[in-house]
Ligand binder design. Sequence first.
Ligand code: ADP
Ligand code: MG
Length: 718
Amino acid sequence: MSRAGPVTALSRLPASLKARRPSLSDPVQYVAGVGPRRAAALKKLGIQTISDLLEHAPFRHERHFRSTIELLEPGQTATIVGRIEAVRVRNAWAGRRRGRGGGPSLTATVIDNTGRCSLQWFNAPYVTRQVRMGAILRVTGRVSEFGGLPQFVNPAIEPLDDDAEPIDPSKPPSLEPVYPATAEIPSAAISRIIRRALPLVLDQIEEWHTPAYRGARELLPRARAFQLLHVPDRETDVASARRRLAYDELLLLQLAVLGHRRAARSHASAPSLTLTPQIEKRIRQRLPFDLTKGQEEAVREISADMARPVPMMRLLQGDVGSGKTLVAIFAALVAIANRAQVAIMAPTELLAEQLFRNADRYLAGSRVRRTILTGSTSRRDRAATLERIASGELDFVVGTQALIERDLSFSRLGLVIVDEQHRFGVRQRTLIRCKGTAPHYLVMSATPIPRTLAMTVFGDLDVTTLFDKPAGRSPIRTRVVPPLKVDELWSFVRARVASGEQAYVICPLVAESDQSRLRAATAEFERLRSGPLVGVSIGLVHGRLKSDARQRIMSDFAAGRIAVLVGTTVVEVGIDVPAATIMVIQHAERYGLAQLHQLRGRVGRGQRPGYCFLMTDRASGAEHERLSILTRVSDGFRIADEDLRLRGPGEVLGARQHGLPEFRFTDLAADGEVLRLARRDAVHILRADPDLSASEHDALRRALAQRFKDRLAMGATA
Ligand code: ADP
Ligand code: MG
């Protein structure tokens, strides 16, 4: 099968553009067939240059049978080549009068050596130019049947030269890329444009790696990878093309994050905060329990980091309930004992308040001067607090994002701790690090992030993982509850509550807006109170409550004055009430597994066993299957891996704010091997050539500058 080669493509360029061959950075209009209209349509897909075009990766590939007309089978997607033998244009007018707008309908008959078939277009003014008597066309589409003849309805067509080869049906089916597309410019049109562009620029695609380097890693040449991604012969071509391009993409990212980390640390010195035996003894006396093995290990790693005059950049990750807060407070006390200030950021006000209460408990009777700063801090208090922070009068500040607002400065900030870091973007991470001189930096994440994600989102951080949990935890029994069993569920809740236990009920996310979420939670609260849970003391908590009202409800719940707490997901990650044993989640199918796991981590914290009920009306099928994973698996890391596989990285990290870079070629759920390879190689490359100044790294350095020109600049201090 002949593809449009360079010669035919060039011959269709307007004379003014024919003078030179286009380069990768030229606008797409240099490609034949792309006029202002198509250029505008491509722009909406983020494609402006020829290089963008090549990087427009297909979602997947479809098998197209190459067929002769005789062999066409209804239901197939097939490609034929034939000559137009008859064309009939039907009254465009009639259609317009009936308000369908647009152009004529067109019927054509096409023949090859084996037979004839019919082509049908509705409302397609643009094809009338190409479908002319005698024209030779490549026709691709789904085969149907009409009046005893095979028929294509609205097929994709490509005009061919007179000497086009006939189709050889003995060849295997072709693989046609399916691209992200729009109504204005469908996938097939994009494919045609890319095929025309490829031969023009293929020899301009820079190779980043030597043949030996590629050989050792089984990587295709880069230009070849682009060719095969867009025009593969077989499935294995697609796989190896993607592998090479994903490798390059991940290598760049790793070079950027590691380079960034290196730069941040080499330009900045941090206070050396040492854990002396006296300090250690004083801190341990304050702690209400012995540390778990994991906590001991974490404390050791963190205090070793903080003792060095280089900023610590460490991620502390651990499943829900593994006891990260205690480790954070330990680190904070080490810093404060060394006369440094500590800032802790939490993603929500509720969590900031809880963190502050916890800290307050551990610090009771100490001389640590501490405060909390959130969005509900009054303007006056805020101004006063800011001053006390700036003058160094306060040692310890807990807060929300409000903390990172511009006007906040510390006099001797030594340690920044960020809880649930994945909820903050990478940008925010950079911002807080700008405050004061370079503080040590500890990030905590309760979402057990799969290693592949951790290496990309947190690629610039060292990682400590808490694998264990405080002893004496009982397992959480998890059940999927269909509508039929709901009555049983509520009587179970009543029985448990009667024996002194407590429950959370998480309300559905009915819609996007906070307003309607609030309404749903309120309605459910009323319904439960007057129906299934009548007589039980119920509280309602949601994001719209004023901080003190919310605090009152939370402390009523913590003290057992409220037995059942109804809420939206503000009752989420991090809330810690040991007496709560039951977690009911309505419309569980609307959440990711990792998020459900987080929620269920709110119970089973005390001595009594915990229960988690996942209410759903999906009685069977894939959704049910997905939820039932939680009934079998309690390891958060395995659950996160499943989630990554089933729902993709954005979902695992939770909505937009995840700070995850956009990938064109990488599938994090599948490309773990390539990621590890790229990570290892990036470490080696930077060790040998920290600024990529060696000539063998010229191409890489340019690519890196190009890719991250506005973010994560190499060498810039964050
Ligand atoms: P997470 O890692 O989810 O942030 P927390 O720090 O909230 O977990 O700790 C969960 C619970 O475990 C809290 O009630 C905390 O008081 C308790 N806890 C933490 N460390 C220990 C320990 N070493 N021994 C016993 N209980 C602990
Ligand atoms: Mg926590």
